[in-house]
Design a protein around this ligand. Structure first.
Ligand code: HEC
Ligand code: HEC
Length: 370
């Protein structure tokens, strides 16, 4: 039996070598993406098409490799940190500290961002400086206050680990590891991190039995209504947080919502988007974060300066600082919303319906090294 299987395997290797040689002659440039088992990303109903890079289609092998790499501590200079050290699954892949601590105990200046539904984003980081996940994945490895390694060392370590060369071969057709394929594999894994199974989703999709409580319903109304100083206490949240991946939920708003100043500060020590564009009008503008899984994503904002859900609601009730670049949709800035305790409670209750426990506990996304 064993022998038979072996000769069968040998025969099929022979066959694939033949086919391969044949292909080579006919089409000398075999794209690396022809390796691996194609994987179709399930895009939830109402979501936009996934943003998959043409040179990096998803495969079972690539996703699996990406997951191992996401949790691989050997990628950091001293071997103590992986991506998963700052992006913790049960915290919606953000960090529990306001600003993340890198391998040397040095504090960064920004809060780690939650990671989910990234397949629907077209820029990354608080200031949007990376345009693809492939490119983004290599940045923290080399960042001196994050993983503080150089890519050549990271690649050499993986190459020397007997586990990785065959995994790279299965995913990309070559057991010679490159930084490019490292970035591609991590990006593939990240694209599978889809969160679309909160109570909110089931209510919006009219799933049988799914309804908001009265309190949640009132919070939903606050989230989706405008502030009017003459007695309308709306939160204006939907103007900015009807983000790309949930646009169908709150309506499509036809604005470029990429980078916004929400009046978090009167003076910004981190200038945000202006660091990239050099424009004064971009000071204090940051990528609008998702409100999904907000119950677990604290502390909040680019600098982690808002510690919890109560203080978040307190900030939006205060209305924001009158910064010259503050967005016109921060309509209560300088006036305040005057929410009473019941309204604050209702908004909090609604925000908790955005928790996707299935995502937070999904073992397909957990550390595979354990
Ligand atoms: C020391 C903590 C730390 C480590 C380790 C780390 N990150 Fe991050 N991550 C951050 C911080 C902080 C930000 C925001 C940085 C910024 O905006 O400048 C971020 C942002 C991101 C984003 C952008 C998300 C978005 O919505 O735009 C992605 C994707 C990401 N990290 C993936 C990774 C991957 C992949 C690794 C491993 C190769 C990794 N991170 C390692 C702290 C970390
Ligand atoms: C004018 C646009 C705008 C409005 C209106 C707005 N936000 Fe925001 N929100 C932002 C921006 C921009 C950030 C990031 C700012 C930063 O980090 O400096 C943010 C950050 C957040 C965060 C932090 C998420 C994280 O991962 O750190 C939460 C939660 C949030 N907003 C919820 C709300 C709620 C609830 C409302 C309504 C009461 C609201 N927002 C209204 C633009 C807006």
């Amino acid at each position: 039996m064993k022998k038979h299987a072996k000769s069968l395997a040998l025969a099929s290797i022979g066959l694939s070598v033949l086919v391969f040689a044949q292909c080579r002659e006919d089409a000398p440039t075999i794209p690396s993406q022809s390796f691996g088992t194609p994987y179709t990303l399930e895009v939830p109903a109402g979501f936009p098409p996934a943003n998959i890079q043409p040179g990096n289609p998803l495969t079972e092998e690539g996703i699996k490799l990406g997951r191992f790499l996401f949790y691989e501590k050997a990628l950091s200079g001293d071997g103590t940190q992986s991506c998963g050290s700052c992006h913790i699954q049960e915290r919606a892949f953000t960090d529990a500290t306001a600003t993340s601590v890198g391998i040397n105990g040095t504090f960064g200046t920004r809060k780690a961002m939650p990671l989910f539904n990234l397949a629907f984003h077209d820029n990354f980081f608080w200031d949007g400086r990376s345009l693809t996940l492939e490119e983004q994945a290599l940045v923290p490895i080399e960042d001196p206050i994050e993983m503080d390694n150089d890519l050549a060392t990271a690649v050499a370590r993986l190459q020397a680990n007997p586990m990785y060369p065959p995994m790279f071969k299965a995913a990309f057709g070559s057991s010679t590891i490159t930084a490019e394929n490292l970035g591609k594999a991590i990006a593939q894994f990240e694209r599978t991190l889809i969160s679309a199974n909160s109570k909110f989703d089931s209510v919006i999709r009219l799933q049988t039995g799914a309804t908001f409580t009265e309190l949640e319903q009132r919070g939903y109304e606050l989230f989706t209504s405008d502030f009017d100083p003459n007695g309308g206490f709306g939160g204006d949240c939907f103007h900015c947080h009807g983000e790309r991946e949930t646009a169908y939920l709150f309506g499509a708003f036809g604005r470029d919502l990429q980078f916004i100043n929400n009046g978090l500060k009167a003076v910004y020590s981190d200038e945000g988007r202006a660091r990239i564009t050099g424009k004064v009008e971009d000071i204090g503008k940051f990528k609008v974060p998702s409100v999904r899984n907000v119950e677990f994503g604290f502390p909040f904002m680019h600098d982690g300066s808002i510690p919890n859900l109560d203080s978040l609601i307190g900030f939006y009730n205060f209305g924001g600082h009158l910064h010259p670049n503050i967005d016109p949709n921060m309509k209560a800035a300088g006036i305040g919303r005057n929410w009473n305790a019941g309204q604050k409670q209702a908004l909090a209750a609604f925000l908790r319906t955005l928790s996707d426990y299935k995502f937070l506990e999904d073992t397909a996304f957990s550390d595979p090294h354990n």
